[in-house]
Design a protein around this ligand. Structure first.
Ligand SMILES: *Cc1c(COP(=O)(O)O)cnc(C)c1O
Length: 230
């Protein structure tokens, strides 16, 4: 099933890329494998996927140890500062940095392990109370402060849009994230690039691609519904 689901998701992605005349290389599918077993990840790996997203540190570490080393692991969930040390040398990109304190800890742990870490700043564009992420208003200050920390590179922005029945409802949110990234890149801050926009999930990745997404994070449409009760 996973192979077939992937083929379908990839065909929709290609269709959206063609519709808006973007380059196929500019959009990367991150397969969100949280809660799913190693065997599922392997099935997607064997179908050619190399980018996987997880939202829990322990699960990411367990899968990192068990799976091929050419996988690029994306940390997409809220990250507790006391757990940063377990993943700084294992992640390809942390999508979910939303406070200066968290960035400081990442920077310190990266120094200890002698690595540098690429991150995105998570923005709560819809300003939902239940979501993590900095607000639009605080974004610029946060980027300025984080950009001065050693061993941490800001590569762009990420948002988690609301769960909606009609993906068109999230189009303004994706537009807004893109606009924020353009605004910031025009300020030419040292050590900050705004090359990456991480936005779009199972329900709305096609709209996100039309609005400039570089990484789409898709779980359910690839691996099926998650069961949190087991
Ligand atoms: C779970 C999750 C996803 C994937 O969601 P689906 O609706 O299953 O595609 C994407 N991004 C984040 C941050 C997530 O936590």
């Amino acid at each position: 099933m996973i192979k077939e689901n992937l083929a379908l998701v990839q065909s929709y992605i290609n269709e959206s890329i063609n519709n808006c005349k973007r380059n196929a290389e500019d959009v990367t599918l991150v397969a969100v494998s949280k809660t799913k077993p190693i065997s599922d990840v392997l099935e997607a790996y064997n179908a050619g996927i190399r980018d996987f997203g997880e939202n829990k540190v322990q699960e990411l570490v367990d899968k990192y140890e068990a799976l091929p080393k050419d996988i690029r692991w994306h940390m997409i969930g809220h990250l507790q500062t006391n757990k940063v040390k377990y993943i700084v040398d294992k992640v390809y990109l942390i999508h979910s940095v939303d406070s200066y304190h968290l960035a400081e800890v990442i920077s310190k742990e990266a120094e200890k392990k002698n690595v540098s870490v690429d991150i995105l700043i998570e923005v709560n564009v819809a300003d939902e109370e239940t979501k993590f992420g900095t607000t639009d208003d605080d974004l610029y200050n946060l980027v300025m402060m984080v950009s001065k920390l050693p061993r941490i590179n800001i590569k762009g922005l990420m948002t988690v849009a609301p769960y909606v029945s009609d993906p068109e409802l999230n189009r303004p949110i994706f537009k807004k994230l893109r606009q924020l990234s353009v605004d910031i890149s025009m300020k030419n801050i040292d050590n900050v690039s705004m090359d990456i926009l991480s936005m779009g999930m199972s329900g709305d990745y096609r709209v996100a691609i039309e609005e400039g997404a570089m990484y789409v994070r898709v779980g359910t449409s690839i691996f099926g519904e998650r069961n949190y009760s087991i």
